[in-house]
Structure formats: C-alpha cells, structure tokens
Design a protein around this ligand. Structure first.
Ligand code: BEZ
Ligand code: FE
Length: 289
C-alpha cells in the first residue's frame, strides 16, 4: 500500500474495511467510503472546506447531549431521515414520517377511548381511526404510542410547566382495530435554533424553522411492520414548508365539525359536538424472513 495514488486510493480505502466480520456493516462502511470519496472528487474539496466541515461536526457534537441530538436534527433538515422513512414504507400503506427527538419510551397505557386533555388549554379535538392490514383486515391486536406538543408549542420534556407525560399515551385498539383520542389540537413549532444546524445551514439558506402542526404515532401489530408516522392538519399554514420534510399528502387530515353526542360522552367531553379528524392506518405485513 505504499504507492497510493488518486486513482487507487478509493479502492484501497474501501478494501481496508474488508475484514469487518458483519457482511451488512461491511457493505455499509465500504459504500460510505466510496460515496465520500466520490463527493470529494466531484466538488474538488479543498483543505479549507474539509477543515470547516470537521469544525461544523465538532460544534454539532459539542451541543449534543442525552436529551438533545444535533446529529438527528442534521439528518432531519437534510432530508435523510425522511428518505429512510419513505424507503421503508410499503406501497399502498400509510407512509412513515420522522420520529423526531421527543419520543421517549414508557408512555402511560390508557384505556381506549383515551382522553389526554387534562389541564391543557387549546382547542379540544378528537382523532379517531382504524388500524388495518394492507388488504383491509382490521388489526385488533394493534397498539398505538401517541405523543404531541402542548398549546405553547412545547413537548412536556422541555417545559417544566407541564406535568410529566402530558399529551402522550400508549393504547390498545378495540376488537375492530378502532381507536379514539380526545386531545387538544397540536400547534406548529420551531426546530431548535440555538445550534450549528440552524445557524450554519438552515437559516443562511433562507429556510423556515417551522414544523407544520402534527401529532406523532407509532403503530405496532403482530405480524406487521411497525409504522412511525405523523398526522398533519389540513388547515396548518406550514404544510408546504415543514423544516424536516415530514409532510405527505396521505398524512394530512381535516378536523371536521362533528355532532355526535355519544362520541363526546364516551370521551368525557362536555357538549355534543367537537372537531373530529379521521385517520385510518394501513400496515404492511412483515417481510418474509
Ligand atoms: C418533532 O417532530 O418533534 C421534531 C422533528 C425534527 C426536529 C425537531 C422536532
Ligand atoms: Fe413533533
């Protein structure tokens, strides 16, 4: 390996990882080396640019902690997170969308129908739907893990004024795969603007810092691929400028004024009508093997 040249370097560097014992890891690392070299050749990367990129990554690492990953944000704003979500989505099923940084395991299990309103201010709404397999069969064993922000835009983890576990729950669907959640209408909020991803990349590009209003849900069912996705609001002003490319047409629902006294009673809501969004979910069967 003493005669390294621009022509043989990429092959030599990729081959140097040939000893990685896991075949998939070997494929990932070798392809990454080739992609990085191809990029550097393509843009004719200079020393100054390479140093600036490393300095950016150092600053990205410096602001990252257990409760805040600037690297996830980098993946989100460059569309990489959404690309991975979309590649994992099977045709004719509900598309995936970004997990985001505010999912934490261990949400409380609530009875279905669930009421998350508690002491929150904001517009009381209902989200309901049915979980089915892609062939239309209802999935009565499905579970939901649901979380959203409060009316000040913040998730409970970053807002001392909110009680622990505010506006999040896990729940089991009913015998027909149906679920009902009374909650407050999620509002748009900004991605973190105190780190290098915002100051060096997103802001100078003239891009929006806003995430379109959404609720997150992870849907799991035996024999099916777990879906991580989001529900968007057809009336939200940021649908066309979501900072992390999470919006998909199939994920946009509309809160329709609905008069249904029995629904309000079931969910413990006062009055006989409320805005209801219908959000049906279609899951793909697990891949064979
Ligand atoms: C979120 O949806 O919670 C989120 C996603 C990406 C960046 C920041 C927040
Ligand atoms: Fe979110």
């Amino acid at each position: 390996m003493r005669n390294v040249t621009p022509d043989n370097l990429t092959d030599i560097a990729a081959a140097s990882f040939g000893g990685l014992p896991d075949a998939r890891q070997r494929e990932l690392v070798q392809a990454l080396v080739r992609a990085m070299h191809a990029y550097a050749r393509d843009v004719r990367l200079t020393h100054a640019e390479w140093r600036a990129a490393l300095a950016f990554l150092h600053r990205t690492a410096a602001i990252t902690s257990d409760s805040r990953s600037e690297f996830s944000l980098l993946s989100d704003v460059t569309g990489l997170s959404s690309l991975v979500d979309l590649m994992a989505s099977a045709p004719d099923t509900t598309p995936g969308s970004v997990l985001g940084p505010f999912h934490t395991v261990g949400s409380p299990w609530l009875e279905n129908p669930a009421n998350l309103v508690g002491a929150n201010t904001g517009e009381v709404v209902v989200i309901r739907g049915q979980v089915r397999s892609v062939d239309g069969t209802p999935l009565p064993d499905a579970t939901l893990d649901y979380w959203q922000n409060a009316s000040n835009g913040l998730y409970w983890q970053v807002d001392d004024a909110q009680p622990r576990d505010n506006l999040r729950c896990q729940m089991q669907v009913d015998a027909e795969g149906r679920f009902e959640i009374a909650t407050i209408r999620p509002v748009p909020y900004e991605i973190p603007t105190d780190g290098p991803v915002w100051s060096d990349l997103v802001e100078p590009a003239g891009r929006s810092s806003w995430r379109s209003a959404h609720a997150h849900v992870i849907v799991s069912a035996p024999g099916h691929r777990t879906l991580v996705t989001e529900l968007f609001d057809a009336e939200d002003p940021y649908l066309d400028q979501d900072a992390v490319f999470g919006v998909r047409e199939a994920l946009i629902g509309r809160y329709e004024p609905t008069r249904e006294p029995a629904l309000c009673r079931r969910l413990g809501l006062s009055g006989e009508s409320c805005p209801v969004m219908r959000f049906d979910i279609s899951l793909a069967p697990e891949r064979p093997g």
